[in-house]
Structure formats: structure tokens, C-alpha cells
Design a binder for this molecule. Structure first.
Ligand SMILES: Nc1ncnc2c1ncn2[C@@H]1O[C@H](COP(=O)(O)O)[C@@H](OP(=O)(O)O)[C@H]1O
Ligand SMILES: [Mg+2]
Ligand SMILES: [Mg+2]
Ligand SMILES: [Mg+2]
Length: 352
């Protein structure tokens, strides 16, 4: 008998790999060209839309009764001035559907899907299938088709992120990081790492080119002062100043590593860094479930604890956002409590 979620894992892996290869191809053509601007002024590109259309269409084919909480919707795209962008998405998604992938035999059998020709309407509907409101009951796939869009646009790190939330709990997380080195010891070597974790089954990575999965674990640290921090590049997404004070309180002297996207979770899960800090910059911002579902399970399964800034577990049962939480802190299991204490002290000093 297969392990629990083996079928979901195979399908999520192949789907995320497909979308990651597509994003890689689009990034090569797109860097520097901007994209569509959303109402909140954040960027969204052909890559974001095409990847969401692709993943969503594949999930619908395999799991027709599951809901999808996807970041994007087609509203801005349906404006007449976006007709060229829309045509590009339809072409790229169709091409990506036909690509062959390096998969293990069993994975290929599970991931195989009947070829269906889709036009404009079907691809736009696939994007909008990501409109689930989430919640505490049932199966919801959380999809961030491109996380770190700003990194994607500047040629840096970005990730395709897919998590399965069942009755409010993340049970499967898959992430594709096209620009992350397969071997962190060889930063200039092959790029493109795919990560997967199933609840209770550990965390693994593979390259984009070979199906072999290798188990990953966080570093075991002799002391917190030897740790290194990972944080956003964007100062508007996480508070760099407070992070620096937390480092000081913990005796950490190494420079923090700034990186776009949920690649930060992957990076600490395999020991390239140790602690991920995401302290709120705005009092009203609610973190999104698609920004944290897959990454948080990956870190938990690699030996860490992921909580909010107060040490509370992330609550994925409340809809499209983590409205019950503030900020995110991920650290090795044995050091997490001390990190939370330092966060409380640093934030207390600021009188926030
Ligand atoms: N004020 C804010 N605080 C925290 N996160 C924010 C934010 N505004 C946008 N974001 C999120 O930050 C994500 C990128 O995180 P990071 O800075 O770690 O790369 C974005 O994901 P997308 O790039 O998928 O839109 C977006 O969801
Ligand atoms: Mg995101
Ligand atoms: Mg995104
Ligand atoms: Mg976005």
C-alpha cells in the first residue's frame, strides 16, 4: 500500500515542476519588462497568471471536488487593453501542458492526465477556480503561482508554492525554486530545486532534472550565536530594523541573508540558514495562506517550529489569510522559544 498522500504528492510535484519550468522560461524573456499592476500596486506578470492557470487546470483534472485558494484572479486581465497579455497566457499555458517531465514511473502514472484543448474562456476559468474562501472544513489547495514576484522581475529568487490544507491543517507542501542552487555548497552549480513535505513523513528535495528525492534537515546548532537569519529583501514586507535588534539580543554576529520569496523556508529547511524572521511592518496587514502553507510544513518536517511573532501556531483554518496571527518566526525546534523571547523583548523596547 502507498504512504498517505502519495497520489497527492506525485500530482503536486509534477504540477509544480511544470509551472516552475514554465516560470523559468518566462523569466528569461520578461526581466525588466514590468507587468500588470494590481489595485494594491503590487506587480503581477504573465508568469503569475500562466502558472496559476496551469496548476489550477491540472488540480481540477485530478481532484475535481477540491477547492483552490489561489493568489490571482482574472479581473485585471479581462480588460480590453490586456488582450495581448491574455493571448500570451493562453499560448504559454497550452505549450506547458504538452511538455514532458522527468518523473519516477509511479509518479508519471499518477500525474498522467487526458489532453484537453483549452481556449481563452477555459484558461481564464482555470485562473478563477482559485477563488475559494478556504476555512476549517474540507480540502483546499493553497496556490501561490509565483511567490516573490519582485524577485522574479529582478532576476532573483522566486518560488511556485502549493500546499494542501485539510480541515484547516497543512498536510502536504510542495515548492519549486527555479533559481535556487541544487547543492548549496555549489552556488554557481545547477539551479532548480523542488521541495516536498507530507505531514509526519519528513522533508525532501530533488533537482528539476532527476526524480530522486533526498531527505533534508535543518542545521543542528551548538548555540544560537552561531545562527544566521534569513529575511525578505523588501523592507516593506518585514521589519529589518527589529530583526537587527533581535540578532543583537541573541548574540548573532553573522550578516542576515536577504532573499525574496518562500525560498527562505526551503533555505533554512535544508540548513543554508537557520532562522526566518518576518515581523510585521504594517499593523493591519494579514499574511496570506498561500505565502506560508507549503513553507511552514517543509520547515516543521525538517526539524523546526513555525509560529507567529508571539509563538502561536499559524492557523490555516480562518480563510484566505492568517488573520489570527501576526508575523512569522521559523527556527530550529530546540531554539524556537529563545527566539520568541528575544522577539518579545525587541518589540517591547520599540513600544509597538
Ligand atoms: N505589507 C506586507 N507585509 C508582509 N507581506 C507582504 C506585504 N505586502 C505583500 N506581501 C507579501 O509578500 C510576499 C513576498 O514576500 P517576500 O518579501 O518574503 O519575498 C508577496 O507575495 P507575492 O510575491 O506572491 O505577491 C506578498 O504576498
Ligand atoms: Mg506570495
Ligand atoms: Mg505570488
Ligand atoms: Mg502577489
Amino acid at each position: 500500500m502507498s504512504a498517505p498522500y502519495a497520489r497527492e504528492q506525485a500530482i503536486a510535484l509534477s504540477t509544480v515542476l511544470k509551472a516552475s519550468l514554465l516560470a523559468q522560461k518566462i523569466q528569461a524573456e520578461l526581466v525588466g519588462s514590468g507587468g500588470v499592476e494590481k489595485k494594491d500596486k503590487s506587480p503581477v506578470t504573465v508568469g503569475d497568471y500562466t502558472a496559476q492557470a496551469l496548476v489550477s487546470a491540472l488540480l481540477a483534472a485530478h481532484f475535481p471536488s477540491d477547492a483552490i485558494i489561489g493568489e490571482e484572479d482574472s479581473a485585471d486581465l479581462q480588460r480590453p487593453e490586456q488582450a495581448t497579455v491574455k493571448a500570451q497566457i493562453v499560448r504559454l499555458a497550452g505549450e506547458a501542458m504538452r511538455e514532458e517531465l522527468p518523473l519516477a514511473d509511479e509518479e508519471r502514472a499518477w500525474a498522467d492526465v487526458k489532453r484537453v484543448e483549452r481556449g481563452d474562456t477555459e484558461w481564464m476559468a482555470a485562473i478563477d477556480r482559485g477563488n475559494s474562501e478556504g476555512g476549517a472544513k474540507g480540502r483546499h489547495w493553497a496556490l501561490d503561482p509565483i511567490d516573490g514576484t519582485k524577485g522574479f522581475l529582478r532576476g532573483g529568487q522566486y518560488a511556485v508554492c502549493l500546499g494542501l490544507i485539510e480541515d484547516g491543517e497543512v498536510v502536504l507542501g510542495v515548492m519549486g525554486c527555479p533559481n535556487l542552487p541544487v547543492d548549496p555548497k555549489q552556488p554557481e552549480g545547477d539551479k532548480g530545486a523542488l521541495f516536498v513535505a507530507v505531514k509526519g513523513q519528513g522533508a525532501f528535495q530533488r533537482s528539476f532534472t532527476s526524480p530522486t528525492l533526498t531527505r533534508i534537515t535543518m542545521n543542528s546548532l551548538a548555540s544560537l550565536s552561531a545562527a544566521s537569519f534569513c529575511e525578505s529583501v523588501e523592507a516593506g514586507h518585514s521589519d529589518h530594523g527589529t530583526n537587527a535588534r533581535i540578532a543583537e539580543l541573541l548574540g548573532i554576529t553573522r550578516d542576515s541573508v536577504r532573499m525574496d520569496s518562500q525560498a527562505k523556508y526551503c533555505s533554512i529547511a535544508r540548513g543554508d540558514g537557520d532562522i526566518y524572521l518576518r515581523l510585521p511592518v504594517s499593523a493591519t496587514y494579514e499574511e496570506k495562506v498561500w505565502d506560508h502553507s507549503s513553507g511552514s510544513l517543509l520547515v516543521a518536517e525538517a526539524g523546526g517550529i513555525v509560529s507567529d511573532m508571539h509563538g502561536l501556531p499559524l492557523d490555516f483554518s480562518l480563510g484566505r489569510t492568517l488573520k489570527g496571527n501576526k508575523g512569522v518566526i521559523a527556527a530550529p525546534r530546540e531554539w524556537h522559544k529563545q527566539v520568541i523571547e528575544a522577539v518579545a523583548k525587541a518589540v517591547g523596547e520599540e513600544g509597538k
